[in-house]
Structures are given as structure tokens and as C-alpha cells.
Design a protein around this ligand. Sequence first.
Ligand code: PXG
Length: 446
Amino acid sequence: MNERARPETVGTTLEKSAFFMPFSMNRHFKKAPRLVSRAEGLYYYAPDGRKLIDGTSGLWCVNAGHCRKKIVEAVQKQVAALDFAPPFQLGHPLAFEFADKLASIAPEGLSKVFFTNSGSESVETALKLALAYHRVRGEGHRTRLIGRERGYHGVNFGGTAVGGIAANRKIFGALVAGVDHLRHTHDLARNAFARGQPKHGVEFAEDLERLCALHDPSTIAAVIVEPVACSGGVLVPPVGYLERLREICTKHGILLIFDEVITAWGRLGKPFATHHFNVVPDLITTAKGITNATVPMGAVFMKEELYQAFMQGPEKAIEMPHGYTYSAHPLACAAGLATMQVYEEEGLLTRVADLWPYWEEQAHALKGLPNVIDIRNIGLIAAIELSPREGAVGARGLDAHLKAFERGAYIRVAADTIALAPPLIIERAQIDELFATVREVLKTLA
Ligand code: PXG
């Protein structure tokens, strides 16, 4: 039998552990593990009691902070009452209640909800809904899917294919046929140190016209983009860019999908980024903050007309042959309902509007520190881009991540870009604490 890895024995036994860690440097990590065993509010606690400020809401998901009592209790109560119910041809009341609650918060018109268990599954679901929607309306010739360079849409086949981060794609073969990519919108030469949406780059949206000309628009089913590309390094859309994408999609009958797995649930000071940018897509993918990450869940929101397109034909027919064993899982619905209550009671879906100017000031105050070549921000998100070391892209970013952990902050990095997105409950003093730690890290980084 394998020796068990308990917190008190880490460092001696983790190297032999069976756990193949996702998106991690397994060998490096198991030699020098970084563990947390408890969390509360804005902080993680290591097994030795050391406190770490959570600079990225876990993985951009714990929007209301950790271990919120109301959510924990709702899950505890639910697991004792109804642990599971099949979502196919059977229901439980919370699923309907939660879907209605979500639809009441979602942008107007996105009135129907399909439940999944993650952001990746939301993306697959949205892509399949788009293809099927065209097909049931007699436009089965629309089979192509368009993503964008530097986009991240999870790790399943469709999401990997429309995704545009080369490192996440290159070892997985041909992925899905019929996919193409818009160019990304990062333009350091013109937009470095922009605050909020960069001024330059609306014309990058015209790249969609190029792809329409290349493939013929009648072959394109959907375009999927993150309103703010987060995992790819926090790329804020240039002024007018999303509006232009919307126009081109509408003109050619192409569905527009906003992947709001990160940007939904208050991150930009409104419930959804769609509200913030005032550009309305046909489908929205979400996950993460939908349950404050307490129980895995995702959801796809769609326009009423998409739902209605499926509600044709004989009533005794399954309209959408798609779904997961755990779609609308009772624990996730209970967690989600409690999460929405916490968001509402504490005004978290709009709180960022107040924090934004202070957050922006503190982020941009890092300008001038060694290696900092750009700072970007929107809502409660900030990115600090560092120049890469010669011949070692990502090495400086990784060092920043490791040093921050040593100094008491958990932060994410995408190559050499530090990404910060703390829980929406953060106070100004804690914003100071987070940036003070990042400042120390940057000062001492080779
Ligand atoms: N779409 C977007 C826009 C995402 O950000 C997914 C889909 C996939 O979600 P799941 O739940 O399947 O992981 C994501 C996930 C990071 C980081 O540090 C970001 C994500 C996941 C892990 C790390 O940038 N985003």
C-alpha cells in the first residue's frame, strides 16, 4: 500500500503520491509542495497555520470569499435531504428554482438555462447548442466554429479546439475539424499601461470579416470569445471591439457566444460582463462563481428564440440529446441558490463598481518597478506583464508565483503576466496588503 500523504508528512511522502496533478509541474511540486488545508474569507491557511491572501479567488471562482457559512449550511442541509436525483426525465424542485433565479439575474433575453458541471462543459454545451440550433432550423451547413488566439475555453475537445493558447493545444493532435481563430487583441506598442479598455484596436474585429470571406459566412455556426480574455494574460477588449463583433455576427447570421466563466458574477461590477459592455451575445457560458466554487457547477444561458427553436416537433421527443449525469445536481443547486443570496445580501454583484478606481490606482502604482512592461485592469482584475527572460518565456512569471507564495500571497501567472482577481469582498486595506506583497516580489525578482 502507498504511504498516505498527510499534511504533517509532506515533503517526505508526496513524491510517491498517486495524484497526477492537473496543469501543474508534478515533479517540481511534489519535491517542494505548497499546500493549503483551510480557508476563510480572503485567506488560505497552510497546514502549518501560515496565512496566505487569496489574490485570484482560487482559480477566479470564489467570488464571495471562502467557506461562507450560508453556503456551507445550505449544502449540508441538502446532502442530508436529497443527495442525488437523475436530471433526465426526472426533476427536483431546486433545479427549476435555481434556473429561474439565474434567468432573473442574467442579461435580458437570455432567459433559458442549461446546467453543466464546469466551465469546460459549459463551452462544449454552448458549441453543441449552436450547431444543433442551426441544424434544427434547416441551416445544417453552418458547421464551423470560430475562436480567438489567446482565448481559453476549458480543456475538453471543442474548448481546446476553439481555444488559442498554443501550449494547451499543441500536444493534442488535430482536435476538432472546421475551427478557425480570430487574431488576438493584445497590442503593447499602442496600448501599454492603458487603464480599463484600451483605445486602439477596434479594427481587430474586422478579422472576423476576413474569416467570413475565407470560409463563406454561411458555413459558420458560432464565434466564441471571452469578453475579457483572462487565462491568456488578461486582454481587455479595445473600445468598440465587442460591439463590432456583434454587428458582424448579426449581419451574417452567426451566433455570438460570450464565455463568461470568469467575468460573470460581479467581477466587472455588474452581474455579467455582458451588462458591463452592453453588448448582448446569443449564448453565455458560466461556471465558477455560480456556486462560489463550493460545489462544481456550470450553466449556459441562451436567448429565448434558441430555446424555442428546439421546442418544435412531437412533444414526446427529446429535444436536446445532451446533458450530464450531474446536470442540476441537488448539492450544486443548493449551493448556487445560497450563493446568489449572499451575492444579493452583500451587494457583491455590483460592489466592484466602488472598488474599481482604488484597485486601478494601486495596480498602476506598480509602474516603474523592474521588468514591468505593461499593467492592465478592468473591474476587479489586474495584470502585470513582465518582460520575459532571454530564451526562457514564463520563467520570471513562475518565480513571481513561487516568491509570492513564500511571502504570503497566492497569485496566478500566465507565462510572464501576473493576474490578480481577489474575492469581491476585499476591503481597501487588503488590496493594499496584496499589492504590497506583489511589490516586494517584483523588487526582488531577478
Ligand atoms: N472558459 C473560461 C473563460 C475559463 O476561464 C473555462 C472555460 C473552463 O472552466 P473549468 O471549470 O472547466 O476549468 C475557464 C477556466 C487561470 C485559470 O489561472 C483559469 C481557468 C481555469 C484554471 C486556471 O487562468 N479558467
